[in-house]
Design a protein around this ligand. Structure first.
Ligand SMILES: Cc1cc2nc3c(=O)[nH]c(=O)nc-3n(C[C@H](O)[C@H](O)[C@H](O)COP(=O)(O)OP(=O)(O)OC[C@H]3O[C@@H](n4cnc5c(N)ncnc54)[C@H](O)[C@@H]3O)c2cc1C
Length: 439
């Protein structure tokens, strides 16, 4: 860890005005940190990564303090599409080509464990988060179908994943009421959930396991332990935490807290809306089997039905910290390209959040200076992988790092321009691909 990495304190923010915040259950208030305390592990960030790490560590009898700058689940974890996807953000054939069969199988098996970890937590803690199974990846171009056939064969035959099957153009049209798809892959082993309620369920479970959670408490500096002390110090406006280990789970909201991690990720703004409730009949005409859907555009459209039968639709992204003005109109225009028949439907909520991508779209796990662990850069695949990250970090803190290292040994390059200039360089590349979506 570096001494004196300083981050300006922020004013704590409440949850954005989203469908998720409006339907949040079990939200407890946690006080800000006031005073100086000590613990075994200080977790920074109260999203899925931090909450999962805190829960797994507390269950292993470590004393855990978690610091969240705003509210628990305030970041991407409380705002996302809720799609619990299989694997990593890399096509299976590319995964095998890059890592070889054995390592690709290890990565795939861990990604499977990620989904299972989420489902197991939901059951064990009775988290009411509307979990449903089944995801469709829908092809927006004929050539994507060919690629899907290769990937599906690779999944079934090389990686041993049998829960996927190809879907014809006609079947896709029966499953989703849009004429836009040339076919797809149905994944019965994936699913979807209410992400904020899942995050709050993890928070309540972590508290019950003994973790101390603080909201409205931004870590402003992390100072390493040195010769004089084996403990790191995490500074906040209201006090300090002295800890043997620090876990960073700030992802797209890391800011300047740890520049060595910031250069490996780029924050991207992603946007969603919730329609008015559509009623059972209209909702199920849209998405027959209540599954989640994601298309193959570079700037993906993803959607599903909520528990109360709204369409939750994600579309559009930005590469600056600036949110589009007229957010409802912005996301609605993507929705209408997929579902023009919804032109009469009222949009009740629109919101956005920041996720972090890496250059190779694989998650970035690791440690700095021996006692700082981090996981970030899930590249849009964090609903499942974050829960695994917390579990593997807890294992590594306890001294067994083999499984954590399967991810930690993945090489990651800095974004061109590093943390300061990465945006302009990456934006040009992103805009090129998003332009191709429109051709
Ligand atoms: C609109 C949108 C849709 C998405 N859809 C999907 C999807 O369908 N499926 C999927 O798999 N992934 C999806 N993602 C990505 C997914 O949400 C993320 O990968 C995941 O939530 C990351 O969790 P996290 O805990 O690492 O980070 P976050 O949930 O972003 O949490 C980081 C937390 O750290 C806190 N923090 C930052 N700095 C400090 C500090 N100095 N001190 C204290 N606290 C700090 C922040 O306040 C924040 O609460 C989506 C993301 C967005 C934005």
């Amino acid at each position: 860890m570096r001494a004196g990495v300083v981050c300006a304190p922020m004013q704590p923010l409440s949850h954005p005005d989203s469908y998720y915040a409006a339907t949040a259950g079990g939200m407890a208030d946690h006080p800000p940190l006031a005073g100086d305390i000590a613990c075994d592990v200080c977790v920074v960030g109260g999203g899925f990564t931090g909450l999962s790490a805190a829960l797994h560590l507390a269950e292993r009898s470590y004393s855990v303090v978690l610091l969240e700058a705003n509210r628990l689940g305030w970041g991407a974890s409380g705002r996302n599409g809720g799609q619990l996807n299989s694997g990593l953000r890399m096509n299976p054939t590319d995964l095998v080509a890059r890592f070889g069969r054995d390592e690709a199988r290890r990565l795939w098996a861990l990604a499977e464990e990620a989904k299972e970890t989420v489902r197991e937590r939901i059951l064990r803690h009775a988290i009411a988060c509307d979990y449903k199974s089944g995801n469709l990846l829908a092809a927006v171009r004929p050539q994507h179908v060919k690629r899907m056939a290769e990937d599906t064969a690779c999944l079934q035959e090389v990686l041993g994943y049998k829960d996927v099957r190809l879907v014809s153009r006609d079947e896709a049209a029966a499953m989703v009421d849009t004429g836009r798809y040339h076919g797809g892959v149905f994944d019965a082993g994936a699913g979807h959930l209410h992400p904020l309620n899942y995050a709050l369920g993890l928070a309540n479970a972590a508290t019950a396991a003994g973790a101390r959670l603080f909201e409205g408490t931004a870590a402003t500096a992390i100072e390493p332990g040195g010769a004089a002390s084996d403990r790191a110090t995490v500074r906040t406006a209201g006090g300090t935490v002295r800890a043997r280990f620090v876990v960073l789970g700030c992802n797209g909201y890391l800011g300047r807290l740890e520049p060595r991690l910031a250069s490996k990720i780029m924050p991207i703004g992603n946007y969603m809306l919730a329609t008015e409730p559509l009623g059972e009949e209209r909702a199920r005409k849209l998405i027959r089997d209540d599954i989640a859907v994601c298309d193959t555009k570079f700037v993906v459209n993803y959607y599903r039905l909520s528990g109360d039968r709204r369409l939750l639709f994600g579309g559009g992204e930005t590469y600056s910290a600036q949110e589009p003005r007229q957010l409802k109109q912005f996301v609605r225009s993507y929705m209408l390209r997929t579902f023009p028949q919804l032109v009469d439907v009222r949009i009740d909520y629109a919101w956005g959040g920041q996720l972090a991508i890496t250059l190779n779209r694989l998650p970035h796990f690791g440690r700095l200076g021996g006692n700082l662990f981090f996981a970030q850069g899930y590249s849009g695949q964090g609903v499942a992988l974050t829960s695994l990250a917390g579990k593997l970090i807890a294992e590594a803190v306890a001294g067994t790092a083999e499984r954590f290292d399967v991810f930690a040994r993945i090489g990651h390059r800095d974004f061109p321009g590093g943390a300061r200039l990465r945006r302009p360089a990456a934006v040009i590349g992103m805009l090129y691909y998003s332009l191709r979506d429109r051709l």
